[in-house]
Design a protein around this ligand. Structure first.
Ligand code: HGA
Length: 609
């Protein structure tokens, strides 16, 4: 959340800052702003609107410069407004920030006592004045930033600029992502690689506690105590095309349709081989997985739903007890640590603050067997865990997660098979069968995508509703939860998911002709039970929208609408069944005219608690 860009170059950096913000806008879009030093003066342009509004404003003001910082905001402290938009200034100094400064009130009152006047409601402004106070005490810009960071608690990635010292920009990070871009004739920094592909693919990942000075000719990095440190330069494999919209109207739509390819790339690792091996999860996997007796999955949001599906797989196929917990709860709960538990953390970005903190909490409790399932190889969570599985979904820009979810499920299916095999519970013929199904998965998902026109018609019918109920059983209950979450996120229709057997214990009271009920109904051993629950809905006048599959045999009738997925898919059926629910929420949002890729109040890559 919040995107920052910093640039210093021999040519005008304003277009680079704006293009960087466009690529980072998925991280927050409450406001946007930039500051540059031009003709020896600090100039700031801010807009309470989107990056496009900022660009228009910057063009009107003729902003151009060789050094600058920029920001796109997801508000944590202070309402979205121009007054609270970054950069925040103190004298001739400007700061952009991603994160939360937990001790900002103490810093603020100390600085107010010294005469500093605060103009915004943000925590960030305290950073600006704090650095300014260090400059006033005689430190140079680089050292002033370093000294200030020592006093900050909480999370930050910052970019800093001073009109007194326009030959450099300074950046620092702790607990929020930040990387440097090493360009020809310029140095850059940003919250994510996508913002820098326009100028360079040579990137340097900063570590927590690093402070870096950027000049036209190069950079240096120090630790909080001032000691110099070297960080390797990586060549990013991300192509600029991967973050372009292309023929699609929205990133969410693009990413839904990229799922066959994303799954194929993620599963390439087993494309040729005839068996699963622990090494799929990293070189240390044989040692880390040996003797694992239970699994604890920690995640948030959509990734949490992936964990809930995996619980059914791990318990039924690998016969390992599995608990799935919301990361923000686990990190503050008194739990009983067990060193033989494999802790699996799941996060698209690998920067999710609560998931990272939950992982650190588990490690601090002595749970050393850890696995990260992530879509970003160099992310904080991947670096922290002992094992890793990188989903190869490609960049996910749409705030509503889609291809990250299905590729996480593919990774969790491989984990299930691996643990089952290590436990002696996977006969060779079962393994061959599961692997064959996994290899066929991209084709099966492709066929489900062909249901789009029919789903579009359904979306027309219930986009006008205020509420919706989603029902599922077994491993499809979390799929119902994911369908409800998608609908809430982007169409703002209030949606709840229930294990279908729970209906009669309360939610049935809500059912009438105005409450559409969406059921996930594959042909498995729970289908007959589910059919009875659907009868209970029909008996109360509720309208049913049922996603069945080739074997479900549920007939269309008045008030019962059926869409049939082309094939039944055994253990992996949840991967197929989530796809129509993604399409349903996408098309409901289109009918309602909401901003699909930038839903209100939300943003992606949740780097704050
Ligand atoms: N706390 C700052 C930055 C917010 C942020 O990083 N969000 O993800 C603010 O509220 O402006």
């Amino acid at each position: 959340m919040c995107g920052i860009v910093t640039a210093i170059s021999t040519s005008d950096i304003v277009p680079v800052l704006l293009e960087g913000l466009r690529k980072l806008e998925y991280r927050g879009y409450d406001s946007a702003g930039l500051a540059v030093v031009a003709d020896g003066r600090l100039r700031r342009v801010r807009s309470a609107g989107r990056v496009a509004d900022l660009a228009a404003l910057a063009a009107r003001e003729g902003a151009s410069a060789r050094v600058g910082i920029a920001h796109t905001r997801w508000a944590t402290h202070g309402v979205p407004s121009e007054r609270n938009a970054h950069p925040h200034v103190s004298g001739g100094l400007a700061v952009v920030h991603n994160g939360i400064i937990e001790n900002f009130e103490a810093i603020k009152s100390a600085l107010e006592n010294r005469g500093y006047v605060f103009e915004s409601d943000t925590d960030t402004e305290a950073i600006a004045h704090l650095i300014h106070s260090k400059l006033a005490a005689g430190a140079d810009l680089f050292d002033a930033v370093r000294q200030a960071t020592v006093e900050l608690t909480g999370a930050y990635a910052i970019g800093v600029l001073s009109e007194a010292d326009p030959a450099r920009a300074v950046v620092a990070r702790s607990g929020a992502p930040l990387l440097l871009g090493v360009g020809e004739g310029g140095m850059y920094a940003a919250s994510d690689t996508a913002a820098l592909l326009q100028v360079t693919r040579n990137v340097v990942y900063l570590e927590d506690g690093d402070v870096a000075e950027l000049c036209v000719g190069g950079y240096r990095i120090v630790r909080a105590d001032g000691s110099p440190v070297e960080r390797p330069v990586h060549l990013s494999s991300l192509s600029a095309d991967a973050v372009e919209l292309g023929q699609f109207r929205h990133y969410m739509q693009k990413e839904i349709f990229e799922q066959p390819q994303a799954l194929a790339q993620t599963l390439e690792i087993i494309a040729g081989g005839g068996s699963v091996t622990p090494q799929l999860f990293g070189a240390r996997a044989p040692e880390v997985l040996d003797g694992v007796r239970r699994v604890l999955v920690l995640a948030c949001g959509t990734s949490y739903h992936a964990g809930l599906v995996a619980r059914y797989w791990l318990e039924s196929v690998a016969k390992l007890p599995c608990t799935v917990e919301i990361a923000s709860e686990y990190r503050y709960r008194d739990s009983v640590p067990d060193p033989d538990t494999l802790v699996v953390v799941i996060s698209q970005s690998g920067e999710t603050a609560d998931t990272l903190a939950a992982l650190k909490h588990a490690l601090a409790q002595g749970m050393q067997r850890t696995l990260a399932i992530c879509n970003v190889p160099e992310s904080a969570i991947v670096r922290e865990a002992s094992l890793r599985f990188i989903t190869r979904a490609g960049p996910e820009i749409g705030v509503a997660s889609t291809k990250a979810f299905t590729t996480q499920l593919a990774a969790l299916a491989l984990l299930t098979l691996t643990l089952a095999k290590l436990g002696g519970r996977l006969p060779a013929e079962d393994e061959a069968h599961h692997l064959q199904n996994l290899r066929h998965l991209p084709v099966a998902v492709q066929k489900v995508l062909e249901l789009e026109p029919a789903i579009e018609r359904w979306a027309q019918r219930f986009a006008g509703k205020q509420h919706a109920l989603f029902l599922g059983r077994g491993s499809h209950w979390p799929i119902a939860m994911e369908g409800a979450l998608k609908l809430k996120e982007i169409s703002y229709i209030h949606a709840e998911a229930y294990a279908a057997g729970e209906l009669k214990h309360g939610p049935l009271a809500l059912v009438d002709k105005n409450m559409p009920v969406i059921a996930v109904a594959p042909a498995n051993r729970l289908l007959e039970k589910l059919k009875s629950n659907l009868q209970e809905v029909r008996a109360r006048g509720g309208e049913l929208y049922v996603f069945a599959d080739a074997g479900s045999e549920i007939a269309e009738s008045e008030g019962v609408h059926i869409l049939q997925l082309p094939e039944h898919y055994g253990m992996l059926s949840p991967v197929l069944h989530v796809v129509p629910l993604q399409l349903l929420s996408y098309h409901a949002a289109l009918v309602k005219g909401t901003d699909v890729d930038k839903p209100r109040n939300l943003a992606k890559s949740v780097t704050v608690e």
